[in-house]
Design a protein around this ligand. Sequence first.
Ligand SMILES: Cc1cc2nc3c(=O)[nH]c(=O)nc-3n(C[C@H](O)[C@H](O)[C@H](O)COP(=O)(O)OP(=O)(O)OC[C@H]3O[C@@H](n4cnc5c(N)ncnc54)[C@H](O)[C@@H]3O)c2cc1C
Length: 399
Amino acid sequence: MSHPTGTSSNPPFDAGRRVAVVGGGVIGLSIAWTLARDGFAVEVHDDEPGRGASHAAAGMLAPVSEAAYQEPELLALGLASAAAWPEFADRLTRESGVDVGLRQEGSLLVGFDADDALALSRVADLLARSDLEHRRLTSREARTLEPALSPRTRSALHVPGDHSVDNRRTVRALVVAAERAGVRFHRHRVGLVVDGGTVVGVRRVVAGEPAPVHGADVVVLAAGADSAQVPGLPEAVRPAVRPVKGQVLRLGGAANLLARTIRATVHGQQVYLVPRGDGELVVGATSEEVGPDLRVTAGAVHQLLRAAIEVVPEVAELELVEALARCRPGTPDNGPLIGSTPMPGLLMATGHARGGVLLAPATSEAVSRLLAGLPLPGLVEPFTPTRFARPLNPVTEGR
Ligand SMILES: Cc1cc2nc3c(=O)[nH]c(=O)nc-3n(C[C@H](O)[C@H](O)[C@H](O)COP(=O)(O)OP(=O)(O)OC[C@H]3O[C@@H](n4cnc5c(N)ncnc54)[C@H](O)[C@@H]3O)c2cc1C
């Protein structure tokens, strides 16, 4: 990743004990839960916790399969966070009583025509050069692993370390675990309150009379794709986050259809199928630079289903339970923004783009260290919120 301008240092944070988290998605909730366990007095502000991008995610914990899209620092952070997931999931399940549905069967990457096979072969070369565990499979071997795969599967790669988790169960578990750890939830949208150049708290966004201030020693901005639009945010610290629309489908009745995540290239089009323990199958996803648009389009549903049925013909028999659109918090280099900002009292944990579920353990651990007065882990250092020279306008730049 290149850091064109801005500081790359992220100094330890001298924090008081009251923390306000703006945004209750997988990132804000993981941070709130972790900080409450560290002994901070934490309040989460969100009118609909868990209903943003975290509601739409496929829950893949897949740094290796994503390696082709990623720069080396992001890959390293993703691998570290993936390695932290089993313990994170264990603790979360213990403290919430909610099984988060971690599946550790790995992923299968498959291609259909000659061009798809060539693209897959390039991915295999890249993984080999980066020493990332994978195995090339013949079509027959792939279908032995996953009998539901189409006989037209031409080539395949097994990536044993790329797993998945149920994103919605994870969010539910985080809310319960956070509440049990003492986190207070406020169901409203907030803006920042700045006094004398310091962020001193948040207040509800209402027309007319200013709402009372929820004072805080530290405010963590974790508002996902809306992070650049939070009211009261000074221009100098506006994060370079833009909405990247993703449409995704949930199908029912798929118990035992697939054992592991399938990521396919079908005549050049990418599609993934992620099985859940409860018989649900997640099929995704589009990636559209159209600004903050949450409409589900007929074209996207058609395109995703057509590709998914080509990969696993039995998908045609499943029930279409849900089609959903949400916006990923995209950044210019696809890396998150984690750490302190030039504005006293303000931390950021946003811009997790395609990997917020994957990166939740690493992000919450980094913020916890920062508030303990420790330096950020080296792997997180490249992701300083100040690394971009010019804030992006999320609407115009997203087109
Ligand atoms: C279709 C799709 C598939 C994906 N698949 C994967 C995947 O397989 N693996 C993976 O790791 N990642 C995946 N992602 C990405 C992942 O979903 C995101 O990176 C992650 O959810 C970001 O979490 P977040 O908490 O930052 O944002 P969100 O979950 O969007 O949460 C932000 C929250 O902030 C709140 N908020 C906004 N403004 C305010 C305000 N002013 N005041 C109070 N609250 C506010 C919102 O209500 C929202 O609840 C996918 C995303 C999409 C869209």
